[in-house]
Design a protein around this ligand. Structure first.
Ligand SMILES: [Ca+2]
Length: 139
């Protein structure tokens, strides 16, 4: 009997751990609600997964992280701009290459399509700008 109880206890403990793990990712993946005045860059479309609340400028996303610590380079997939300033994000580091623009108060739920893109002063239309952004600034 003693031996049987010990085996059941050993089986029971991992089961409880598994339940805990099943719940934790749900909470971790809960979408961040972008606050008033904030600019929020999300790793996935529809404002999901981890987020970076953006201010000022970042010259190279290779050296910038989201709130969960993962690197931002070539990964932004949706943006909310609740600020009063235009957001600009570039294909290359140091404000290089083609540029996506998210106006003051605008948002882009899915950067695989219809992202206003410019090269210099030339408007290139609505484009796929998913998972490519490497530098950005407000203004
Ligand atoms: Ca992404």
């Amino acid at each position: 009997m003693k031996r049987t109880r010990a085996i059941l206890a050993a089986i029971g403990a991992p089961a409880i751990v598994a339940v805990g793990l099943a719940v934790a990712p749900t909470a971790a993946n809960a979408a961040y609600t972008c606050g008033s005045g904030q600019v929020c860059l999300y790793k996935d479309i529809n404002y999901t997964n981890t987020v970076r609340v953006f201010s000022g400028s970042i010259s190279d996303f290779q050296f910038a992280n989201y709130s969960n610590g993962t690197n931002m380079n070539d990964s932004v997939s949706s943006i909310i701009n609740n600020s009063g300033t235009t957001f600009q994000g570039w294909y290359d580091n140091n404000d290089g290459g083609i540029r996506a623009v998210v106006g003051a108060g605008a948002r882009i739920p899915d950067m695989t399509k219809n992202v206003p893109v410019f090269f210099g002063g030339e408007f290139l239309g609505g484009q796929n700008f998913n998972d490519v952004m490497s530098s950005a600034r407000l203004g």
